[in-house]
Design a protein around this ligand. Sequence first.
Ligand SMILES: Nc1ncnc2c1ncn2[C@@H]1O[C@H](COP(=O)(O)OP(=O)(O)OP(=O)(O)O)[C@@H](O)[C@H]1O
Ligand SMILES: [Mg+2]
Length: 274
Amino acid sequence: MSHVALRPSERGFTPREHGGFGGHVCGGRVGGAPQSPPQRIAGCAMSELVRARGLCKGYGAGERRVEVLRGLNLSVEHGEMLAIVGPSGVGKSTLLHLIGLLDRPDAGELRIFDADVSALSVEERASWRNRRLGFVFQFHALLPEFSLEENVAMPLLIAGRPRKTAFAAARELVAAVGLAHRREHFPDELSGGEQQRGAVARALVAEPELLLADEPTGNLDAANADALFSLLQELHLSRSLTSVIVTHHEALASRCGRTVRLTGAAVEEVCSKT
Ligand SMILES: Nc1ncnc2c1ncn2[C@@H]1O[C@H](COP(=O)(O)OP(=O)(O)OP(=O)(O)O)[C@@H](O)[C@H]1O
Ligand SMILES: [Mg+2]
């Protein structure tokens, strides 16, 4: 589990502010290779949804200072399902939290949806987290005092959508993740796999473009991990998402379109099916 400390205003989902391989080494969009600028074609989405260049992030000060990301380059293409793997402590959660606007880089360029995120105001960052980004954490992070359906509706309620609309959307998504029969139950009345499916529903209820999942199956047994990954794949396709999934499960990562391995400062492309 990540130990990344977040500013209170950047913890992501709170009631006040929401605003989660094997193969050959391939060349391409990683590790400092020359990059062509994001393409914009009339009527088409840009090809690069996330662009990190020279990204640096560390924690602490003085002798306790830990440099985690040291000049990292990564591109995530529009519509791709990308797996990020790498040893514990290498900075996978750190990277995902930067892309998810839950934390800020120390240096380097980070562009998401073709915008320089360092230029976003606190309000814009919160709004993007609420509407444009869906985050799934290793531990579901559903709010214990609310029912599953209320948890899933929460991002829309926070965004100011009418209760009726928010609950109708939540009901539909709860059903889409196979939990219609559990919608009035509270998180502690659900199994681990059900809680994670609920967390996926909550991450997607505001119809984000980018889904970020940090070890979403890390707390599940093999069968539940497999089922949750299938659900993520299904929703990725049916909702035309761009998905970035951190996982320790190489077999699950191999089901993504591309896998990159984080190794200290570099991102190494492990496998690409495209
Ligand atoms: N708030 C913090 N203060 C100090 N060090 C931190 C903080 N958050 C993370 N770190 C350190 O940064 C490094 C990267 O942490 P991170 O959580 O990103 O790793 P990870 O690759 O996600 O690991 P895991 O696979 O175990 O989840 C680790 O060495 C961790 O101890
Ligand atoms: Mg982590």
